[in-house]
Ligand binder design. Structure first.
Ligand code: SF4
Length: 179
């Protein structure tokens, strides 16, 4: 069995602000999240291999997720000047993405079958091959928690890790399913 304390230390060394245990049995995929993807507010719908519809049906996503039992929740928290501080939001998103990429490389060295789930669309390539050619890095591509049908705040609450760290803070969340 994996040494989860050591893996949490590894994740913190990649820059995450908070890391918590994830019991995969708590994860419920919800059709309403998928419906909100289809509204395409994030402009990623049908644009890459890791968002709907290419990432598979909700049932297929649930099946992929529930092949695992344990993992970690990974969070990057930052401060905003106010709720319109888009510059800080973008910067924080970029930091979180870098933490995820770094951790993804390290966890795959230890657990090649680990499933890394980020936020937003996959950032491995500058331009995704979708839909003209197969994914360049099928073992390293990462879907977002929402794309797979998860309600991020619910997954955090069900695993006893906060999602809100006080006024003026913003937290980006990802997770990794390990074994
Ligand atoms: S690894 Fe590249 S080709 Fe594959 S989903 Fe990510 S961005 Fe697209």
């Amino acid at each position: 069995m994996a040494d989860y304390n050591a893996l949490k230390e590894l994740a913190l060394s990649c820059g995450f602000s908070h890391v918590g245990d994830l019991d995969v049995d708590t994860i419920v995929v919800r059709p309403e999240v998928r419906e909100s993807c289809a509204e395409n507010k994030c402009r990623s719908y049908n644009k890459n291999w890791v968002c709907p519809p290419a990432c598979g049906t909700l049932e297929e996503c649930s099946e992929k997720i529930h092949k695992y039992k344990r993992g970690l929740i990974l969070q990057t928290t930052g401060l905003l000047e106010d709720s319109l501080d888009y510059e800080a939001m973008m910067e924080l998103a970029d930091h979180h993405g870098k933490h995820m990429d770094q951790f993804s490389d390290k966890i795959h060295e230890l657990f090649p079958d680990a499933m890394v789930i980020g936020d937003g669309q996959c950032r491995r390539c500058k331009i995704c091959t979708y839909p003209d050619a197969p994914c360049r890095f099928p073992d390293k591509k990462s879907s977002s928690m929402e794309a797979l049908g998860m309600v991020v705040s619910e997954v955090c609450a069900d695993n006893g890790i906060s999602y809100y760290y006080g006024p003026g803070t913003l937290t980006y969340v990802g997770c990794v399913l390990i074994e």
